[in-house]
Design a protein around this ligand. Sequence first.
Ligand SMILES: [Mg+2]
Length: 413
Amino acid sequence: MKITAADTIVTSPGRNFVTLRITTEDGITGLGDGTLNGRELAVASYLSDHVAPLLIGRDAARIEDTWQYLYRGAYWRRGPVTMAAVAAVDTALWDIKAKAAGMPLYQLLGGASRTGALAYGHASGRDVPEILDSVRAHLAQGYRAIRIQSGIPGLDSVYGVAASGAGGGDRYDYEPARRSGDGPPRPVEEVWDTRAYLRHVPRVFEAVRAEFGPELPLLHDGHHRMTPIQAARLGKDLEPYDLFWLEDATPAEDPTALRLVRQHTTTPLAIGEVFNSPHDYGVLLSERLIDYVRSAVTHVGGVTAMRKLLDLAALYGIKSGIHGPTDISPVGMAAALHLDLAVHNFGIQEYMRHSAGTLEVFRTSYRFGEGLLHPSDQPGLGVELDETAAARFPYAPAYLPVNRLTDGTVHDW
Ligand SMILES: [Mg+2]
């Protein structure tokens, strides 16, 4: 089953996506997601200039060998651009293998371990009444687990908080990567105050628990903005509200920072969305410093790398919490859902609904109901790309925001 074509498709139905489509000599096609939010064209070039020529003539069935060939063969290993490209190839080859077998991918991964994957949605608001409304709206949509992000008094905009009422669409839509207006594209700059945040967030969770009771699983994302001792304090302050997890408490480059956080709090911890290799998890798994692995299939090196990572985590009793914001394309989301259904140590799946424009380009078959996601039983990943629709949405430069402290110092966004 030789590979005859490997095409990189960049499309922007409201936000940018990089998709690799691999075609075999017998006409089977597979899709892989290589989207790297804000740096999309670097992955597109890596794929079309440096990877696609190597794929032509290779046996599409040799997934592990191709992964090792691209990973070790480049000499320059890891990094977000390289690993998103490797992930795109790997995911497309798994799509092809499952289509050739006439099975949904989860069957090749060992079959279903559950009936569906518990999904969490993103509730947010500028103040407590808006947050309570947002939680109610998510419960009405069927979510059974909810992430809570809040505006902070004195700050104009905060990560994870939807611009309520803006744009005339769903008032809970949230898209941090902003396209340029007039002039050259520049990231929006936001202002941040960690002390104000630490004072406010426990009050928010107190209000949410008082309104919705003790059972609803609640999550929160710290977005890598705290020092270890600040994160330790927040974890302690949130213990009365029984979080499902506190995510990205400290900057991701130093996993050992979580040792100090762990010593001070029993709030469960999750991290990994900006990691780009299973190797990034070394001490986090072996010292049991986290409870959930947060990588995206798209950014950790594909289905092959994610399966190995989750199997290693399982040996330490650590569960999955695969990254699933809207900058993971429906192709990357479908790959996550097949893993969610198959692995024993599934924890929860992040699920932000894609826009109508995105779902026009990517024809999905996965389904959401009663709080659970299912990848569908179509052969392969169960996602098709409508190339005509994709061509109607050309690439548009967009950047994630840059963050500064109140004195102007650049801080983690
Ligand atoms: Mg996060």
